[in-house]
Design a protein around this ligand. Structure first.
Ligand SMILES: [Zn+2]
Length: 251
């Protein structure tokens, strides 16, 4: 690629979208980020949320991903990173692109491994050969989204258990509560940030969106509202889908 993307600068052909506010707006437009929709969502840990974020809609657009990943690794260029650990499944492309970008920009050989979800809240490296490839190296942890109670700190712990020097963590989106302190990491960077309220199912029924009968989003691509609908058909609010159906290109 021509040149190197520097964070918050416009580069390349056309207009690059690079400020934090613009990237947040891009995520909203691409149906990656949902804020203040008046609906509620069910997250991976069964909590009820007043917003939702998934990087899935970004993943097919490799050139844009490469631009985003360039910006994500930019603050870590001088940190001697020798390996990337990303959270599977969604962030695997980010991790491998990040290693590729670091190889090109630093000339160093950079390895990349990813975790998989092995229990509802637990990630682990499961692929043979990956542990040995990153153990003891200077590590950058990559994820698409970092929440305060996310897989992020789990990935950092896995790196430390493998004797890695964890140089930092980088993400596309971070919940406003995520920080070097909450993640116990020396450097943390995100391209943009977001914020929504989180309730346990009990709290939600007592004083959250469920108590006010907010519509529940049940799109299978947006969390687990569909599971909630099966378990709680008696819920007094509406069940809604908010994603338009996908139209095959060649139909
Ligand atoms: Zn609820």
């Amino acid at each position: 690629m021509n040149g190197i993307l520097i964070c918050n600068k416009e580069v390349g052909e056309g207009k690059a979208i690079n400020t934090r506010a613009e990237i947040r707006e891009e995520l909203v437009e691409k149906k990656s980020l949902f804020l203040n929709t008046g609906n509620q969502f069910v997250g991976n840990t069964d909590n009820h949320l007043t917003g939702y974020c998934t990087i899935d809609p970004l993943l097919p657009y490799v050139r844009r991903l490469l631009e985003l990943v360039n910006m994500m690794v930019d603050p870590f260029i001088e940190d001697g990173v020798e390996a990337i650990l990303s959270a599977g499944v969604g962030a695997i492309p980010l991790g491998h692109l990040a290693a590729n970008v670091l190889i090109e920009r630093t000339g160093r050989d950079v390895h990349a491994a990813f975790t998989e979800r092995v229990e509802s809240k637990k990630q682990a490296i499961t692929r043979y050969g990956s542990v040995g490839a990153i153990a003891g190296r200077k590590l950058l942890v990559i994820d698409g989204i970092v929440n305060t109670t996310s897989t992020g700190s789990g990935l950092i712990d896995i790196g430390r258990e493998l004797g890695c020097d964890v140089r930092g963590m980088s993400s596309i989106v971070a919940n406003r509560g995520a920080s070097t302190k909450s993640l116990s990491v020396r450097k943390f960077f995100s391209l943009t940030d977001m914020e929504y309220d989180v309730f346990t199912p009990e709290e939600c029924a007592d004083h959250g969106p469920c108590s006010e009968r907010w519509p529940m989003v049940v799109d299978p691509s947006l969390g687990h509202g569909d599971r909630f609908q099966k378990q709680h058909p008696e819920y007094m609010g509406d069940f809604v889908t908010i994603l338009p159906p996908e139209i095959p290109v060649n139909s």
